[in-house]
Design a binder for this molecule. Sequence first.
Ligand code: AMP
Length: 611
Amino acid sequence: MPNPAAHLPFYYGSISRADAEEHLKLGGMSDGLFLLRQCLRSLGGYVLSIVYKLQFYHYSIERQMNGTFAIPGGKAHCGPEELCEFYSKDADGLCCPLRKPCNRPSSLEPQPGIFDNVRENMVREYIRQTWKLEGDPLEQAIISQAPQVEKLLATTAHEKMGWYHGSISREQAESRLYSGSQPDGKFLLREKKEKGSYALSLIYGKTVYHYRIGQDKAGKYSMEDGTKFDTLWQLVEYLKLKPDGMIYYLKESTPNPDTPTAAMAPSPPAHPSAYTPRRLMSQNSDGYTPEPIGAGKKGRILPMDTSCYESPYSDPEELKDKKLFLKRSSLIIEDVDLGAGNFGCVKKGVYKMRKKHIDVAIKILKSGNEKAGRDEMMKEAQLMHQLDNPYIVRMIGVCEAEALMLVMEMASAGSLNKFLYSKRDDVPVNNVVELMHQVAIGMKYLEEKNFVHRDLAARNVLLVNQHYAKISDFGLSKALAADDSYYLAKTTGKWPLKWYAPECILFRKFSSRSDVWSYGITMWEAFSYGQKPYKKMKGPEVMAFLEEGKRMDCPLKCPPEMYKLMQQCWTFKWEDRPDFALVETLIRTYYYSIAAKTEEQSEETVKTTPA
Ligand code: AMP
């Protein structure tokens, strides 16, 4: 998650209180001289250090549950910069207003914090080890799931640290610390019997000392009368720097003998979904998990928890059997209709592989549709066969038997528009952003491969579950030659005009940029929870509307940032329109910024006191 203070010239990063005071001394000690630094105790928090009457004052700034920033007891602000601007006009409880920023010398970069240094690696390692991912699927998972995983890691990371020994007794802790050498500062952390309570056991002078760590009502950890921390690992990292009331500081950890992996390596997963086998388990038949979005929430199914995140052929054993044509005897067709199209119907089924059976959707060509339908279906199959991305419905193969059949991965929660319409009161807008970000990842992949989809619409985004979308229906798609940037259709056809960019309608010219236009319409459909675009207009009328410079209005619940992105997608001239690489970055940045926010906004208000 980007640090919203990183660009401020008076931000020093993760420096100690003593270092902050040194900088302020060098800055001249005038009243109102101030600097900003990272807080070691609260996740995403800062400390404002100010000089007044030759004294130093340090105020903690906390990132609140709703993503705003506030000095406890003070007004909330959308970022640390806005907060500093506010206090430069009005002291509002501080020792004095902020008068002069104590800027960093030009040679000095902000000091990275402990979590800053390890976060990226921790997220990568956690995803790699928990979901056993490598290569592209790993990279995609990191991009799409970083906010959830980061928050989950932050609150449960201690369980993966070498110094965490779980629920062992005081006697066991002592015996582990006394075994081997006994340097001062050798320590471990253990869970006590009372819920939410822990103990730090530390050797000093060949004697073990035990310190109880409790949790307050807000969930913050501290030793008796000690500094409060959002997470246990922050507390441990802090106590490595200073004893904070203990007999000695923490130095060398005693590795947990039950944890074979080293620190940071996620051993037994703390996340409940990681306990579930890598198949979708705890959801209703319609794939709807009726809990709000929230990082690390119990029962939250991440895309990587599902069986269709990776290709069924990612297992080298299964890869041996991979071919375009599948054996009929490996396919079970159930009498369950998933949908229908011009070509025929889509039925539910099971495909029997060497080691596993997978749920599939089978597109069956109806009889009487022979030659043309057959060619079209084969084209779609050959195109889909070249694609492999977690956010695109994969084709398993085709089967020639009682009919020509296209066998695809199953996305059981149905199309995005229908899902959002039926669950419009239950699905929070953050969830819509999450799904549209996944669509952007899939489309960016298509753009990189020089494929144009030509039918991107909410009806063609299928859901595996409430938090996992896949792009489908490649019936109109084209693979462009390496040197081509667009496909020129010879004739017009039965086209989804409301989703098409002006150059498609005017010149029959299709490119990834025209897919970006359709992505904007898909966004509009998603943020209006399944409404139909340009409701009162007929397809051909839309062009005149667009040429007048008009665009659809912002849907009711749509965040302004997302409407702005839609409008960018609806840039008339394709050359000026963003590509998917940019669209994905923009929606990701927004998604990361809101993923930290939760529904609860009940923060305790505390009187302003120097930290
Ligand atoms: P299509 O012609 O590809 O849009 O498919 C028609 C309908 O069949 C879709 O709207 C879905 O309801 C259903 N369907 C198609 N593919 C799948 C799939 N892979 N998984 C689940 N349902 C599907």
